[in-house]
Design a protein around this ligand. Structure first.
Ligand code: GUN
Length: 293
């Protein structure tokens, strides 16, 4: 069994990005600029945001964090998005989710100009991804594909089973895995809450991508010997022994599954660090004018 080290892979990718940015700035060009909007003070969002700002610094990007109170209206937020859409110094920006209940997340996502949508959540980017056109790929699925690529894992003709059908992980990762590409070219089955015989389907899988948000859901009896296991789960489980008061739990029963599979991503340190890396890659692409060619 091999551990897929997302932390180390992300470190290498960020180094490669930083080297490219250095070339840009040495040539007198402006470095990429990522802006991020954070509404309110959700604990998870705060820590995601701190990691994103840190990653920008590591890559040599300019970044700024724009904070608003919980009570900002949808209209005000839409105006702020418009300002960023029109600001030529901002290459890409994100609005951290979740947003307070009085704000329609879909409306916000669609208000972000697709050419600056480095999260890849805008339906234009999702649609372009679906038909294999260049666009911003959503960060977690892109990070998973990069891990498969960097570890040289053969995917062509393999049966990939995706657990979960969310718009930000399950659906886009299924699309990327079925795309005629390397990594890709898989036969993909997407399982969800109404799937019958889920265990049997998993047992047929060469690759399992678990993105359900249910700690320890994938057990050893669901895994074919030699399968590749990608764990996207990051549920916060209360843990009094930790300073933070919680620990991150994946969707896979790691200790028992690890012995049976060929490759596995740990939680934390697997897919998580790659997600931020993909955001950095998208921001660099935005700076280089992905849609201006
Ligand atoms: N909340 C949790 N993950 C993400 C992400 O990747 N992007 C945004 N905008 N919000 C998130």
């Amino acid at each position: 069994m091999n551990i897929i080290d997302g932390k180390e892979t992300a470190r290498k990718i960020k180094q490669e990005i930083a080297a490219e940015v250095k070339k840009m700035t040495d040539a007198g060009e402006r470095p990429p600029h990522l802006s991020a909007i954070l509404v309110g003070h959700d604990g998870g969002s705060e820590s995601y945001m701190a990691n994103k700002v840190k990653a920008c610094a590591e890559c040599g990007f300019n970044s700024d964090l724009i904070r608003f109170d919980e009570d900002i209206t949808e209209e005000q937020l839409l105006k702020e998005i418009q300002k960023l859409n029109e600001n030529p110094d901002v290459d890409g920006f994100i609005v951290q989710l979740p947003l307070p209940k009085h704000i329609d997340e879909q409306k916000i996502t669609e208000a972000i100009d697709y050419r600056k949508d480095v999260d890849g959540f805008n339906p234009i980017n999702v649609g372009r991804l679906s038909i294999g056109l260049p666009g911003f790929r959503s960060a977690t699925p892109a990070g998973i594909i990069d891990l498969l690529d960097r570890y040289g894992i053969e995917t062509k003709g393999k049966h990939a089973v995706v657990l979960g059908r969310s718009n930000i992980v399950g659906k886009p990762v299924a699309i990327l895995l079925m795309q005629k590409a390397q990594p890709g070219d898989c036969t993909v089955t997407v399982c969800h809450s109404s799937t019958k015989n889920l265990k049997e389907i998993c047992r047929e899988a060469d690759i399992i991508v678990a993105a359900l948000g249910r700690p320890g859901f994938v057990t050893e009896d669901m895994v074919k010997p030699g399968a590749v296991i990608i764990d996207v789960g990051t549920t916060r489980v209360p843990d009094a022994t930790r300073k933070s008061g919680f620990r991150l739990c994946g969707d896979v029963d790691f200790d028992n599954v690890a012995e049976k599979c060929s490759y596995i991503t740990p939680v934390p340190g697997g897919v998580g660090p790659m997600t931020i890396c993909s955001l950095m890659k998208n921001t660099l692409l935005a700076r280089k004018g992905l849609f201006n060619k």
